[in-house]
Design a protein around this ligand. Structure first.
Ligand code: KG4
Ligand code: ZN
Length: 339
């Protein structure tokens, strides 16, 4: 089963060819970071235009990289949502055209399910129910995943996604975009205990998240102590300490809630997915806590944590195994929200 995966939900145009759900023949990602960087965040209109420019070359590169032609493809899997509608429509239209022209199945994929499926690509067997934290720029949620079946959301964010909090704080501190990567890098030189930012655990037993409070706390800190540019001159605080302390407040909540979910549902495997899963401190803390509690941890390589089309092809394969091919209708539409 050779699946062409296509992803265009946000600011990466991606295509990949994957055989049997796990054997990756090609993995092409055209990033739009340079386009959005001056604005400190993704500009939806620019994203759509860049996807239009990039989609066909990216698909052609993925096919060439895999050493296959379009006629070798058995099915097309494409992100239907959630995401930016204008961006999603570009990938969806390309996938529909290929499916229609070749008379092959079109498999609509939930982007979050795609992120979860990256857990199956790490190489370790994952054939029991597991708890997966999907933590990205648009979403932060904990799922209970049945290897052959559906997944169930156990908790989600009530305001910002964790990646969104990283990006907004980086913008506030004038550190550049995407913020998560910069804060990760600065934090490596900082003291995570330097400042005590609020960790929102919410009500007892809640598996939901809230990250707007910690973001506001950083804003108040900057109002009181000045921006990083003046702190660097005056030495009033170290930007690295500020970044590390903010990062620690987010990481600790993510780790503790995911471990609590795994204990509550008596699973033995825990997985980490989504762009923020590339964060080094998050990976380190997950490794420590999983080892301490006797869980097996599954973390995809960083490249498969951020948006890509390999995970979409993998999710398409799982959908096929589960449901067979129900050929998606031609009027299939993009979904901006889809839990
Ligand atoms: O999964 P993704 O590529 O796109 C969405 O579906 O949102 O995730 C992008 C997010 C951004 O918010 C980015 O700042 C964050 O992932 N991110 C990181 C790191 N690398 C990417 N956050 C923290 N540490 C990182 N190393
Ligand atoms: Zn994503």
């Amino acid at each position: 089963m050779l699946i062409l995966g296509i992803e265009s939900s946000c600011d990466e145009t991606a295509a990949a060819v994957v055989v049997g759900g796990t054997r990756v023949l090609s993995d092409v990602v055209a990033s739009q970071i340079a386009v959005h960087s001056p604005y400190g965040g993704v500009v939806p209109e620019l994203a759509s235009r860049k996807h239009v420019e990039g989609i066909l070359p990216v698909i052609e590169e993925a096919l060439a990289g895999a050493g296959v032609g379009l006629t070798d493809v058995d099915a097309v899997a494409v992100t239907q949502g959630p995401g930016l509608v204008g961006a999603l429509l570009v990938g969806l239209s390309a996938a529909k055209a290929i499916s229609y022209a070749l008379g092959i199945p079109l498999i609509p994929v939930n982007h979050l399910e795609g992120h979860m499926c990256a857990a199956f690509l790490g190489g370790d067997p994952l054939d029991r129910p597991f708890v997966c934290l999907v933590v990205s720029g648009g979403h932060t949620a904990i799922y209970l995943v049945e290897p052959e079946g559906e997944s169930r959301c156990l908790g989600t964010t009530r305001d910002d996604a964790a990646g969104e909090a990283f990006d907004k704080v980086a913008k506030l501190l004038d550190l550049g975009y995407p913020g998560g990567v910069v804060i990760d890098r600065l934090s490596a030189e900082g003291n995570p205990q330097a400042f005590d930012f609020p960790k929102a655990f919410l009500e007892k037993d809640s598996l939901d998240f809230s990250f707007s409070g910690v973001k506001t706390a950083v804003a108040h800190f900057v109002t009181r102590h000045g921006p990083p540019s003046s702190a660097r001159r005056s030495g009033s605080y170290r930007v690295e300490d500020l970044a590390a302390s903010f990062q620690e407040a987010i990481v600790e909540v993510l780790v503790q809630k995911t471990m609590a979910a795994a204990l509550r549902h008596s699973v033995k495997d825990v997985a980490l997915a989504g762009g923020v899963a590339a964060n080094r401190r998050l990976r380190e803390r997950f490794r420590e806590e999983a080892a301490y509690r006797g869980f097996t941890l599954h973390v995809p390589p960083a490249r498969l944590c951020t948006d890509n089309a390999v995970m979409i092809a993998a999710a398409g394969y799982r959908a096929w195994k589960r449901n067979g091919f129900c050929r998606a209708p031609a009027e299939l539409d993009a979904r901006s929200r889809w839990l």
